[in-house]
Design a protein around this ligand. Structure first.
Ligand code: S3P
Length: 172
């Protein structure tokens, strides 16, 4: 069992991922944290010192490494599915779940945690809405390749996600 949670920054991958992992008795890996521990550097520092391109390479390596783990839920960074063949790789290796709350919800969550997220640092609420809209236009085609899509659920019930995973298992 390997599950990947994907979606834009602020969609709740880590929060819900931890809850699902606890209920299913499997472990949760936050891909950004894994990158920070593996490379001894914070994500903002990698962006600032090495640039986004290098970050994406490190992210790809990290994603391949965690994809060797068994019985795990991986909370990926918001950009991870949109670079290289990462999305195909995840679909080949496990169940991908796209969490897609409303843009307003994403923005109100992100406004509180901008400093840890280099791509949105310093943006006002209105700038953030426009930024998210345009990012989602580019990213949605990747996100929508997920095997399970959960839209508009802003306070996601972990059991609902687990039920969807079980339904998918039955269908296959
Ligand atoms: C990014 C999302 C971040 C992190 C990095 C880039 C993105 O992860 O990987 O700042 O490109 O959307 P979260 O989605 O966990 O915030």
């Amino acid at each position: 069992m390997r599950i990947y949670l994907i979606g834009y920054m602020g969609c709740g991958k880590s929060t819900i991922g931890r809850k699902i992992a606890a209920l299913m008795g499997i472990s949760f890996v936050d891909l950004d944290k894994y990158i920070e521990e593996r490379y001894f550097k914070s994500v903002p520092a990698i962006f600032a010192e090495e640039g986004e391109e290098r970050f994406r390479e490190k992210e790809r390596v990290a994603l391949h490494e965690v994809s060797e783990f068994e019985d795990v839920i991986v909370g990926t960074g918001g950009g991870a599915p949109c670079f290289f063949d990462n999305m195909e790789m995840m679909n080949k290796n496990g169940v991908t779940i796209y969490l897609a709350p409303d843009i307003q919800v994403l923005a109100s969550r992100l406004i509180k945690s901008k400093t840890e997220r280099p791509l949105i640092a310093g943006k006002s609420h209105d700038e953030l809405i426009l930024f998210i809209e345009s990012a989602l236009q580019r990213r949605s085609p990747f996100y929508e390749k997920a095997k399970i899509i959960i839209r508009g659920e802003n306070n996601l019930d972990p059991q609902l996600v687990i039920d969807k995973i079980k339904q998918l298992d039955i269908k296959n």
